[in-house]
Design a protein around this ligand. Sequence first.
Ligand SMILES: Cc1ncc(COP(=O)(O)O)c(C=O)c1O
Length: 379
Amino acid sequence: MSNGFETLAIHAGQEPDPVTGAVVPPIYATSTYKQDGVGGLRGGYEYSRSANPTRTALEEALAAVEGGVRGMAFASGLAAEDTLLRTVCKPNDHVVIPNDAYGGTYRLFSKVHERWGLHYDPVPLGDLDAVAAAMTQKTKLIWVETPTNPLLGIADIAALAQLAHENDALLVVDNTFASPYLQQPLALGADVVVHSTTKYVGGHSDVVGGALIAADKGLGDELAYHQNAMGGVAGPFDAWLTLRGLKTLGVRMDRHCDNAERVVDLLLAHPRVTQVLYPGLDEHPGHEAAAKQMKRFGGMVSFRVDGGEQEAVDICNRTKLFTLGESLGGVESLIEHPGRMTHASAAGSPLEVPADLVRLSVGIETVDDLLADLTQALG
Ligand SMILES: Cc1ncc(COP(=O)(O)O)c(C=O)c1O
């Protein structure tokens, strides 16, 4: 019998503790484990960088909800990304990246990995011909973010997986914005899913973390080897908090989507708003692909305003319930100016974002309160 998403989120990797019956996996705050004679490990545990039972519970749950064979939990999303890149790429290799992505991901390619000889090309991933044209003999992977941060662009995961595989490359999908509840990239042909679990998976803005989930055992084992060799693991307290968040991901995502849809309606009707970026809209260029591969369209909404950069900044400063802050995916609503905040590191690059752009992470508060706050802030 196969279990549904919410059942997996609550039970996978989380059997009641065999000794006490505790229904929640304990926080194993230990660095090392007693061995029963040299090499006599209990359950494979020897040292907590290599494995820790709280982290194992999270890793098994993440693998289950993404439909992968192996999950790995990291100290942050970027630690997960770095481990992945250094596992599958070497100097002189090439990767195709989105021309719209989280600024920190772009910085990892442009300021860190490029110095070590990893070449990259930013490409609009909605344009399959452009992606095909950018592929070279040395292309090791296509890096996909969908929806993208902060422009909510959509890439067709199944089509890109086919293109990657025809060229002996891997398809990596950063599934942070959609979460596994709304989108399952491995089932669409992706090889690896990346998460900043800091966002919807954790869901409460109280922990930073990252994850990799592999579709295939060989690649999963290689990634796990590097996770231990490089050491960017999630600690047991962080793993516990992230696992607690994961249990309610399904119900939270549905409310995020309900509220976001109402916010989109308000923005569409507002005279100061010049464009609303949301993949649920028929006029969104990626709507068809999004409708094919996502259950709903998520809790992130971006919009542009007349009055340019200053007006966008002023709106961010005027909200009272939408908290001005970076990050996203928590229960509370956040507002930010990507150009000056999350994506400041992309200024002057092909990934620079429009100055009149505002990004909302729509939370799960009472929706009428959110609408009233936006109405007063838009003026
Ligand atoms: C889409 C996306 N991927 C990756 C990251 C990086 O994750 P972390 O901040 O947990 O290192 C972020 C952070 O905002 C993100 O939005």
